[in-house]
Design a protein around this ligand. Structure first.
Ligand code: AVJ
Length: 326
């Protein structure tokens, strides 16, 4: 029997697989080696990230949840019953649920379109389906851009697009601006975009959040090497690397690296790559940018948006920003 409440689309699957080997080849075959942070999220990586979200040091998730819990009546005044929810990243289900609950107050048939590169999308969708009988889910397994293009052509319904967790912080400034312009270009005039951004704060709080005492973030960082081992037939020895995170004040971002503990050679068969690493050499794995409110205002202004409302937590550690097209 076909479940009419749950369907999936995978518009560009071939492209996704080809890019991994290609990208790893060029990003590791260079003087400043790096692995793109989007590759953290295989099944194991996504599970580790869920564990990070519960760590005492990792304030963003619980802070954003606190803001979401308080935004109910504020947000619903911008919505009507023609809106559907589109989420970039299939997200922590708690946050999705908080927004779905706001929708449920005005609609009895809710539509939810999660866009995620990872197949974990299927799992989180099935869990949601169990709890919301009248929820119609259309999962799109693709990059955010691919998924957004798909939605643009899909129909005329209004979209509330959400991009939570400060995932936007992974973009370097230029990529971020391009990304926002892309979102702006696929939005209809009455569509809304809700984004969570992490704010600049004390360096110690920031560095602890990315180097926790239980070593979960270290496992999360190292897991990307296991993923390359599994999927690209590589021979990274994980104990020859250590996790390293530091806050770069000038660029307002936490930077994560994997540090080679020895001189070593690694072979990545499916990328046709054999690489040499010196003791102490760093492989960059993540940028996590932090913002100041005036910078946020400028950013959205420049990329064609009008800010509707900004919500902060009591410590001003995190911000949720609601925008529309100008
Ligand atoms: C999912 C990108 C928002 O940058 O805080 C958490 C990822 N990396 N701990 C972040 C992450 C290390 C996270 N984002």
């Amino acid at each position: 029997m076909i479940d009419r409440n749950l369907q999936y689309f995978k518009p560009h699957s071939y492209k996704i697989e080809k890019t991994f080997a290609d990208e790893i080849y060029s990003s590791l075959n260079s003087n400043s080696k790096n692995i793109h942070s989007k590759y953290f999220y295989d099944k194991k990586g996504s599970e580790l990230f869920e564990q990070i979200c519960d760590l005492p040091e990792y304030y963003p998730t619980r802070t954003e949840i606190e803001i979401l819990k308080n935004l109910k009546s504020d947000l619903s005044k911008y919505l009507n019953d023609s809106f559907r929810l589109v989420e970039l990243g299939s997200g922590s289900s708690i946050k999705t649920r908080l927004i779905l609950d706001i929708f449920a107050e005005n609609q009895n048939k809710i539509e939810y379109f999660p866009i995620d590169i990872s197949e974990i999308l299927a799992e989180s969708s099935e869990l949601l389906q169990r709890d919301y009988q009248d929820l119609n889910i259309t999962g799109i397994i693709d990059t955010y851009e691919g998924g957004l293009e798909f939605i643009e052509k899909y129909d005329d319904k209004n979209n509330l697009i959400i991009f939570l967790g400060s995932s936007f912080g992974n973009f370097i400034p230029n990529e971020g601006k391009n990304f926002l312009r892309k979102i702006n270009s696929i939005m209809k005039n009455d569509d809304l975009f809700l984004i969570g951004l992490d704010l600049v704060k004390d360096k110690k709080i920031l560095e602890d959040a990315y180097d926790d005492s239980q070593g979960i973030t270290a496992k999360f960082n190292l897991n990307v090497l296991s993923r390359i081992n599994d999927e690209l037939d590589a021979d990274f020895v994980l104990k020859n690397f250590e996790h390293f995170a530091k806050y770069n004040e000038k660029d307002q971002r936490v930077e994560m690296y994997l540090r080679s503990l020895v001189n070593q050679s690694v072979n990545v068969s499916k990328a046709n790559l054999s690489l040499k690493l010196k003791q102490g050499e760093l492989i960059h794995t993540e940028h996590s940018h932090k913002y100041k409110i005036p910078q946020i205002k400028e950013l959205f202004n420049k990329t064609g948006f009008e800010i509707k409302q900004i919500w902060l937590d009591k410590n001003k550690h995190f911000a949720l920003i609601l925008v529309s097209k100008k």
